[in-house]
Design a protein around this ligand. Structure first.
Ligand code: HAM
Length: 440
């Protein structure tokens, strides 16, 4: 039987890979200009990192996190019928998102000593969630994101959103193609009372809501706002609104974030039902969708002022966002925008006589060392089929080496677009081709 990839995973190659590379390189340039440094954390973390950070009652932790056991550990679990005997360091999971692991790393490596300057980090990493695979929803997907630790100023919330929208523009979205929604979720002072109000509302409307929402009433009532059932979402329209419940500090923080966004000319909609699926958020949350597209949110994030403490660090505010590569690629494709760009151009060195294979070898080497992407034949093909292959590879120039050329100390340079040919001295050809490639 032919081997198959795991369900809900994709291979990245060809133009799809170039799209991912473009996302990473645009992020590298933009985020570096905004003062962020790149970080990569392990794909595997101790389960407790995610349980503390994302929240034990979230779908992501309860249902979607892929747990990782070695074969030997698994045998022990089967024998005993439980994993109770495992030490915390033996309970591992693939990261369902990047924030918890980065905050764990920041705590472990003391990135933000008490009173120290904020630390600004960005990442491009695969994430893993055991969701039901469908369009734009994968089990292994790729996020680009950033995390900013140590900044409590509402200007940081606004800057985070502004750089996110700038990033989307650089990837090819026009501002009017995007819908940015924002909300405030309050903090440890005001959220508990609000949670209680929403819990009571759900229980009052229990006969109208699905079993999941009734379970959520106890575990995580705010998640009922984005229940998969449209009917539940309709019922929740009448639920108490968070802005009525914000404490003075949270209300002032939220108002200031909006003032900064207005000053920057960033358009947004307020959505009081925007709650996000991860428990660590406090105050500002935001999400971005493509207008008229069914791919779902292409990015989201918010503030998480309690997360560093939850991961065992000193109280340190934090905020960030992540965007999903696969959904962005789908959305841009729907809009007819190419993220991948053209295939890189190359030069082709054709060998007109097998006795000249070594001369071709040297010329290819020189071109590559001069920074020219260069191909040649490795299958002893005829000159005609070498030229065909050069065409297929999208070569912009073909350098032909035959006995006549070698005798004249030159190379035939063929422009693959116009088919014009001319002889160029062997000593000049590498420089000429290299400069035509750098000026292209
Ligand atoms: P999130 O909203 O769970 O946030 O994910 C961010 C983005 O990842 C989503 O908007 C979506 O584009 C993409 N995404 C999520 N799940 C899938 C999936 N199963 N398949 C394909 N794409 C997916 C976070 O992960 C937070 N860590 C963001 C953040 C950073 N908040 C603060 N800092």
């Amino acid at each position: 039987m032919q081997a198959q990839r795991a369900q809900g995973t994709e291979d990245l190659y060809g133009s799809y890979m170039r799209s991912w590379q473009r996302m990473v390189s645009e992020a590298e340039q933009l985020f570096s200009d905004w003062g962020f440094d790149m970080i990569e954390t392990p794909a595997m973390e101790q389960v407790s990192t995610f349980v503390h950070g994302i929240g034990e009652s979230t779908d992501v932790v309860r249902k979607e996190m892929f747990r990782v056991y070695s074969g030997a550990l698994l045998e022990g679990i089967f024998e005993r019928g439980s994993e109770e005997h495992l030490k915390p360091r033996q309970r591992l999971a693939l990261r369902p998102e990047g924030t918890a692991g980065i905050v764990r790393s920041a705590v472990e490596n003391t990135f933000v000593p008490q009173g120290g300057a904020p630390v600004k980090l960005w990442y491009a990493m695969p994430m893993f969630r055991g969701e039901r695979p469908q369009k734009g929803r994968l089990r292994q997907f790729h996020q680009v994101g950033l995390e900013w630790l140590g900044a409590s100023d509402p200007a940081a919330d606004a800057e985070c959103i502004i750089v996110l929208m700038e990033y989307f523009q650089r990837l090819g979205f026009a501002p009017e193609q995007l819908r940015l929604t924002i909300n405030s979720m309050g903090d440890a002072t005001c959220r508990p009372a609000y949670r209680e109000q929403v819990r009571a509302f759900i229980l009052d409307h229990a006969d109208e809501m699905c079993d999941d929402c009734i379970e959520r009433a106890e575990l995580n009532p705010l998640r009922a706002f984005d229940c998969k059932s449209e009917h539940c979402r309709e019922v929740m329209q009448a639920a108490p609104r968070v802005t009525q419940a914000l404490c003075d500090e949270c209300a002032a923080h939220y108002a200031q974030v909006k003032t900064y966004l207005d000053a920057a000319g960033v358009a947004y909609e307020e959505d009081e039902t925007l709650v996000r699926g991860l428990d660590y958020y406090t105050r500002t949350v935001f999400e971005v969708e493509v207008v008229g597209s069914s791919v779902g949110a292409i990015g989201g994030g918010g503030r998480y002022d309690g997360l560093v403490e939850l991961e065992g660090g000193k109280p340190t505010p934090g905020l960030g966002f992540a965007v999903g590569f696969e959904r962005i690629a789908l959305a841009l494709e729907e809009l007819g925008v190419s993220l991948a760009g053209d295939e890189p151009s190359c030069a082709y060195v054709a060998c007109a006589d097998p006795s000249l294979r070594e001369a071709v070898f040297s010329l290819v080497l020189e071109l590559r060392r001069a920074g020219v992407r260069t191909e040649c034949d490795y299958q002893a093909r005829s000159l005609k089929s070498q030229l065909k292959q050069a065409d297929k590879l999208g070569a912009t120039v073909c350098l032909v080496l035959g006995p006549d050329e070698v005798a004249a100390g030159s190379v035939t340079l063929r422009d693959m677009g116009t088919h014009e040919q001319r002889l160029v001295a062997r000593g000049d050809v590498v420089g000429q081709v290299a400069s035509s490639f750098t000026s292209a």
